[in-house]
Design a binder for this molecule. Structure first.
Ligand code: ADP
Ligand code: MG
Length: 245
């Protein structure tokens, strides 16, 4: 299917391939994400979603292709220089540090001034409603609270692009739907670019401006949720979305 070109994409992935040894995991992939867009990468386990996200983050070296963020070729830039914030499935908080220290640690390392750090933490804590938790350790938090803190760590970095890798998949159904709503509100408020990986069709349908349905390291279809649902391009997409095509 032909896609209209996006002028000044926030993230542009061009002919990206990634091989692990002889195994080709991402196959000449192309994806342009508009400024402020919420893109969901949806597909079954093993289709290459996390690998693609890790390539964008700079955590994996790609085999071929180029990655641009805000017009800059970041293909060989360090993760910290890419202007992205990443939230993983497992919370990856520092267990010995309070929530506040977890939020400030990266900023202190990066040399952000103290008063600026305080300002950013106050803002993130307000947005994520974690003000009462700032002096607690992660062990004293619920799963949902920990994941809020993990999102907060990306938030305080003041980045343009957020990458989420199945951030809700360790949570129970009720928390999952609550946090889904919060992530949606967060995006409305920040209006930043989000690339969100999930294998959950409901998450994809409710969060995405556009969904990229992946299978075997290839994007099968990239379209608005309704279009994907109503006009799947092939049986795989139809079956995965559960629509009656
Ligand atoms: P998803 O996130 O969609 O579940 P992944 O991106 O984690 O899928 O994995 C895609 C494929 O790459 C899988 O077949 C997986 O086994 C393989 N893979 C992932 N990471 C590595 C690695 N470090 N070394 C070798 N193979 C890997
Ligand atoms: Mg994964």
């Amino acid at each position: 299917m032909m896609e209209a070109a996006i002028a000044n994409p926030s993230v542009s992935i061009q002919n990206l391939s990634l091989n692990f040894g002889v195994m080709s995991v991402l196959k000449t992939l192309n994806l342009d994400v508009a400024e402020g867009e919420f893109i969901v990468l949806l597909g079954p386990s093993g289709c290459g979603k996390s690998t693609l996200l890790n390539c964008i983050a700079g955590l994996l070296d790609i085999s071929e292709g180029r990655i641009f963020i805000k017009g800059k070729n970041v293909t060989w830039e360090e993760p910290k220089d890419r202007g992205i914030g990443m939230v993983f499935q497992s919370y990856a908080l520092y267990p010995q540090m309070t929530v506040e220290k977890n939020l400030s640690f990266g900023l202190r390392v990066a040399g952000v001034p103290k008063d600026e750090i305080a300002k950013r933490i106050a803002r993130a804590a307000e947005i994520l409603q974690i003000e009462p938790l700032l002096q607690r350790k992660p062990s004293a938090l619920s799963g949902g609270q920990r994941q809020r803190v993990a999102i907060g760590r990306a938030l305080v970095r003041d980045v343009d692009v957020f990458l989420f890798d199945e951030p809700l998949s360790n949570l129970d159904a009720k928390l999952r739907s609550e946090l889904r709503v919060e992530i949606k509100l967060l995006h409305r408020r920040l209006q930043n670019t989000m690339i969100y990986v999930t294998h959950d069709q409901i998450e994809a349908m409710t969060l995405a401006d556009r969904i990229a349905v992946m299978k075997g390291g290839v994007i099968q279809q990239l379209d608005a949720p309704q279009t994907i649902y109503n006009r799947p391009v092939n049986r795989f997409v139809a079956g995965f979305l559960g629509s009656p095509a």
